[in-house]
Design a protein around this ligand. Structure first.
Ligand code: OSB
Ligand code: MG
Length: 370
């Protein structure tokens, strides 16, 4: 595939409700869409970075720079075989995985069109539909959060995950359990605690949580191993896992029992498939994480989740309307009556297109590189 042109389109899409995590309160999805032109085909990739370096060290500004000034010169007007060769060409870049993934994802889309095969077929997906869970933000008070839990349970979401931060944790969780003793419940701390909080996590052992997601710092799989040995509840790593090597280190050290894979965080699907395979070998359950993505990223996450070791746990791939009144695919991503998502493949007729008109309405700026 010869790379003829790359556009970096910045869009801002308002959230239907603000989404608050331990690191910030989001009012909108401020995102970069990467549009790669190749021999009459167009592949889109959604960059999952945020407006600032809050979840991990990258943000939209650093990604824009890396895509425009570092990645584009390496691939523009070159003829590359596909995503794997692209990964070799950019392997000199340290870190900056969200930026790399956005282009890699676009190349998978081009490959899919070129070969006339769905992404599911290309990566070896085996599942026709995948189970979804919901991730709920920090709310002004417990009453509001309980209302949200009720709403998404009524919609059939298979797992309820609540964001926690110091001061919004054990009391809130006990109150949720008082109302809902039996639901599948998980928490996500987004790295906001330290080993000094070990007693707090011990107390969570009484709450029958399916897992505790990323309690400690993203670069601290050593302390995570200490914490995992001190508690019964499985730790699920998110931010800490950025490559097959970090996954192997975490498994060998016993830093977690579950891993959430976000292909963006790991530099794309090539590396993420390796992590999937490693976890399968070690019997580590995995699920697909989310970054409040727009439709382009959401649809790719559905295909990724069709790999065999993703069969057990529910994914953070909600319906688009969980976050947005307006999205950038046709149709917008929606759940089935079983609260699953149907994986687009070559036989079931499910197909998503990018809504160019919606992108034009939501666009803040466009950089054309050719
Ligand atoms: O840690 O999983 C996370 C959203 C933004 C940044 C990080 C995370 C999240 C979520 C939302 O939990 C998942 C989703 O529904 O996309
Ligand atoms: Mg997380």
């Amino acid at each position: 595939m010869k790379i003829d042109r790359i556009d970096i389109i910045r869009v801002k899409v308002p959230f239907v409700h603000p989404f608050e995590t331990s690191f910030t309160r989001f009012e909108e999805r401020d995102a970069l869409i990467v549009k790669v032109y190749s021999e009459g085909l167009i592949g889109y990739g959604e960059c999952k970075a945020f407006y600032g370096p809050l979840y991990n060290p990258e943000d939209n500004g650093t990604c824009f720079h890396i895509i425009k000034n570092i990645i584009a010169p390496v691939i523009l007007h070159k003829d590359i075989e596909g995503p794997e060769e692209f990964m070799r060409l950019v392997s000199f870049i340290r870190g900056n995985r969200l930026a790399i993934a956005s282009v890699e994802n676009a190349l998978w889309e081009i490959k899919s069109q070129r070969d006339g095969k769905s992404l599911k077929t290309l990566i070896g997906g085996t599942q026709d539909e995948v189970k979804v869970g919901v991730s709920l933000g920090i709310e002004p008070n417990i009453q509001v959060l309980l209302g949200k839990i009720e709403k998404y349970l009524a919609e059939g979401y298979h797992r309820t995950k609540v964001k926690i931060k110091p001061g919004w944790d054990i009391d809130v969780l006990r109150e949720i359990r008082r109302h809902y003793p039996d639901i599948v419940l998980t928490v996500d701390a987004n790295s906001d605690y330290t080993l000094a909080d070990i007693e707090l996590f011990r107390a969570m052992d009484d709450l029958n949580l399916q897992y505790i997601e990323q309690p400690l710092a993203e670069d601290d799989i050593v302390d995570h191993a200490v914490l995992q040995k001190a508690i019964k509840t499985p730790i699920c790593l998110d931010e800490s896992i950025v490559s097959v090597d970090t996954a192997r280190h975490a498994i060998e050290l016993g830093s977690c029992k579950i891993i959430n894979i976000k292909s963006s965080r790991c530099g794309g699907l090539c590396e993420s498939i390796r992590i999937h395979n490693l976890c399968m070998k070690h019997n580590i359950p995995i699920w697909v994480g989310g970054m409040t993505e727009l439709g382009i990223g959401r649809v790719q996450n559905i295909s990724f989740a069709s790999l065999p070791n993703f069969a057990l746990l529910a994914h953070d791939i909600a319906a688009s309307n969980r976050y947005f009144a307006e999205d950038i695919t046709i149709p917008v991503v929606n759940i089935t009556s079983r609260c699953t998502l149907i994986v687009p493949d070559d036989t079931n007729g499910i197909h998503y297109e990018v809504d160019e008109k919606a992108i034009d309405r939501l666009m803040v700026s466009r950089e054309v590189i050719k």
